[in-house]
Design a protein around this ligand. Structure first.
Ligand code: ACO
Length: 432
């Protein structure tokens, strides 16, 4: 990171000419350093949605939205998807380097060792009403881990952060699978020491005493790839939530529970469910994709094409490109025809050739395809965001840890532009 010689000048209404440092990062992007603006001038900046605000310095993830580039710790997403499994990528994000064979083996064993849930925690699952949203269960169960494994609170957190991180990474997979089994009314399936992370998850979802189930290698590969694609995306809504909660020195479990809640919304992690709902509706209503695209353009309608557009990518989302390929692989391996994929491809074609979408740089995002892949793997819609959360977990953890070692380390506390009334006097209740 460099600090440039050149300064940015800001002329205030009272005539003061303020000089601000310009920071140029390793990729040549410039930022204006306003950290002391309020102290020096009394002014703050107004930036709803934080469209122009860099909230931290981070070395974890690099995105170039104009060129469609995504890298974790310097490695291109395509390279990682082709050459690593999810656990290697999780290791990379959390520890900063890719593991060698021995390290990967040891890490996998450690994850398996910590995959069981405390028996009292398992009982919690049975208390949720039938039909409870899996994200509600996931978020509360992740927060509950701090009650069952409170060592982070009790001793110096630096002594046991490694074990806490490993526990969370491993147990979240078990929680996610149990959430599904609870919803189905099935018995829980224990994790197995001889399965990999993704095999174990699929086995915990689908194993049955009356069916000879073995995780399909194509599905294991697809799950690995999907989790890698979701593993980090710099300062998105849920990661910012994790950092913000973590900045109050809340423990890792509590901070990640906040990330789960942020991810839940349809504008973030819930978007793949919205895509499936949209595709299913098109099929059941017999509506043409052309009229759906017209509806998405109509400013009098709140309808948007789910799975299209992205706050950062103004070209094809690189993850969407990989997911589209994977979608076809899973489909071909199952020798299936899928009406949903057919409609999705048609919708994509019509939108990408439409001026409205071209002018606004609206391309399919990752969620446009992931729902279809999960569906082909037999995973129900209600679980889609849970899988997204499983994938995003290493990223959340990496950002939480990065904040812990950030010398700045201030509690996150934005300011506001007040738009309420001036001082008012309370009128006694009987006179109001
Ligand atoms: N369908 C139709 N029009 C759209 C869409 C869409 N999916 N997305 C954006 N637009 C239009 C907006 O109406 C706006 O038009 P205008 O300039 O005429 O007013 C313009 O494109 C810019 O849109 P914004 O909402 O300002 O863009 P922003 O960056 O704030 O939003 C977002 C990005 C939320 C992803 C948006 O594109 C959207 O709602 N997409 C659908 C939901 C979705 O797929 N979310 C998943 C995001 S990816 C993820 O979380 C992993």
């Amino acid at each position: 990171m460099l600090k440039e010689e050149k300064k940015a000048h800001l002329v205030l209404p009272d005539g003061r000419d303020i000089q601000l440092d310009v920071i140029t990062d390793n990729m040549g992007n410039h930022s204006i350093d306003i950290a002391s603006l309020r102290k020096d001038t009394g002014y703050i900046t107004y930036d709803p949605g934080f469209m122009n605000t860099g909230s931290c310095m981070s070395s974890i993830c690099y995105i170039n939205g104009e060129k469609g580039i995504l890298r974790y710790r310097g490695y291109d997403i395509e390279d990682l998807v082709q050459n690593c499994d999810f656990i290697e990528v999780a290791y990379l994000l959390i520890k900063g380097v890719l593991p060698n064979t021995k390290e990967r083996q040891e890490y996998t064993q450690l994850l398996n060792k910590h995959s069981l849930l405390h028996v009292d925690m398992r009982n919690f699952f049975r208390s949720y009403p039938h039909g409870a949203h899996p994200m509600a269960i996931l978020a509360s169960m992740v927060a509950s881990l701090s009650a069952f494994y409170p060592e982070m609170e009790e001793r110096d957190p630096e002594d046991n952060i490694d074990i806490t991180v490993t526990r969370l990474l491993s147990k979240m997979r078990t929680i996610a699978a149990f959430t599904y089994r609870q919803d189905k009314g099935y018995d829980f399936v224990e994790p197995r020491y001889d399965y990999s992370y993704c095999e174990n998850f699929l086995n915990m979802l689908f194993s049955s005493p009356v069916i000879d189930y073995h995780p399909d290698p194509v599905h294991v590969k697809a799950l690995n790839q999907l989790l890698i694609l979701h593993a980090d995306h710099e300062q998105n809504c849920s990661t910012s939530a994790v950092r913000l909660v973590g900045s109050s020195e809340a423990n890792l479990y509590a901070s990640v529970a906040a990330g789960c809640c942020a991810l839940w919304g349809p504008k973030h992690g819930g978007a793949n469910q919205a895509v499936m709902a949209m595709l299913n509706k098109i099929i059941s209503d017999g509506e043409s994709v052309e009229s759906v695209v017209e509806k998405a353009k109509d400013k009098n309608s709140s309808f948007r094409l789910s799975g299209f557009g992205h706050r950062v990518y103004k070209t094809f989302d690189p993850r969407a490109r990989i997911a589209k390929k994977m979608c076809k692989e899973v489909l071909e391996a199952g020798h299936a025809q899928d009406r949903l994929l057919e409609v999705a491809l048609k919708l994509e074609e019509v939108a990408l050739n439409d001026d409205y979408f071209i002018e606004r740089n609206l391309y399919p995002n990752i969620d446009f395809y992931t729902g279809i892949i999960f569906h082909l793997m037999g995973i129900p819609q209600s679980m889609f965001t849970v899988l997204f959360a499983m994938g995003r977990l290493p990223g959340w953890i990496a950002h939480y840890l990065e904040w812990r070692h950030d010398p700045y380390q201030k509690i996150g506390r934005p300011r506001q532009v007040y738009s309420g009334p001036e001082l008012k006097k309370v009128i006694p209740i009987n006179e109001r």
